[in-house]
Design a protein around this ligand. Sequence first.
Ligand code: NCD
Ligand code: ZN
Length: 344
Amino acid sequence: MTSLTITRPDDWHLHLRDGDMLKAVLPETARHFGRAIIMPNLVPPVVTARDAAEYRDRIMAAKPDNSKFQPLMTLYLTEETDVRDLRAAAEIGLIHAVKLYPAGATTNSASGVKDFTKVKRVLENMAQIGLPLCVHGEVTDPDVDIFDREAVFIDTILDPLRRDIPGLRVVMEHITTKQGADYAREGGDDLAATITTHHLVINRNHILAGGIKPHYYCLPVAKREEHRLALRAAATSGDPSFFLGTDSAPHTDANKLLPCGCAGCFTATNTMSILAEVFEQDDALDKLEGFASLNGPKFYRMEPNADTITLTKGNPVTYPDHIATDQGPVTVFDPQMPLHWRVT
Ligand code: NCD
Ligand code: ZN
């Protein structure tokens, strides 16, 4: 096969930031993707309906001319989240999900949830109206090894929470483990998981062996090879529980290459080429459309995009090493393999 036409994909987990960075990174996503779930972890975070409406307007203003890209806004769940404000934002279609960060789990998560009893009423209301909760699934307990934090979160927080609030619709964001994939697969219609591009490609050796590679450091951190293979099997299986959320998370090189550098891989630019390569390697090109374009809208109860993109196979395609922003260069994720599929 040398040409593949699929429904235009969506990105169900994306960091666009704000200001100059937003202007620089948005075209990279808008080029191929129809819609994206926009993460609310700005500083300060997007907490109220008004914050979300204003952020949406800034994104719309930063969009390239003629782009039909649609941002799907989210609210950042805090212990002070106002139920009425949230319900009103969902009812008018302003927000499509609410994001749960355990306090301190990742970049800009200080306002996240410490005490889950404090958000129970909000979550019950979300279950009533079917509004998905996007979960950063890692415990923050310093006594738990960072490579175990996802598996421990599933057992000690996520599973009890789902039992406590029946009907709550949950997206396990950017799963990185076999345990995550197994739990999502068996969780029924109210549970799904996003998988990033980079976690299909790298394992923890890519970060740590032969010198430390800050550009491969993201959260949740990449795990052992057996976990990467479990994610590949999940993504390429066609199971509607799994769909693409790139977690493309731009940080300038200056902020990545520090003694205490930021977490995040920037994959917006080359994601579709990488995914086509990965799915072809696993003899699953026929499953790419489900993963990138169909399973996400199905879970979010939206129509798939009406138009298509075409991927064409040929000589290896190259992408820039970095994109320029007014704050400095942002390195584009290097998959360390030739990419033969380009979006034409
Ligand atoms: C994200 C970011 O930079 O905002 N970083 C990351 O490593 N993925 C935050 C997140 O999604 O955890
Ligand atoms: Zn993220």
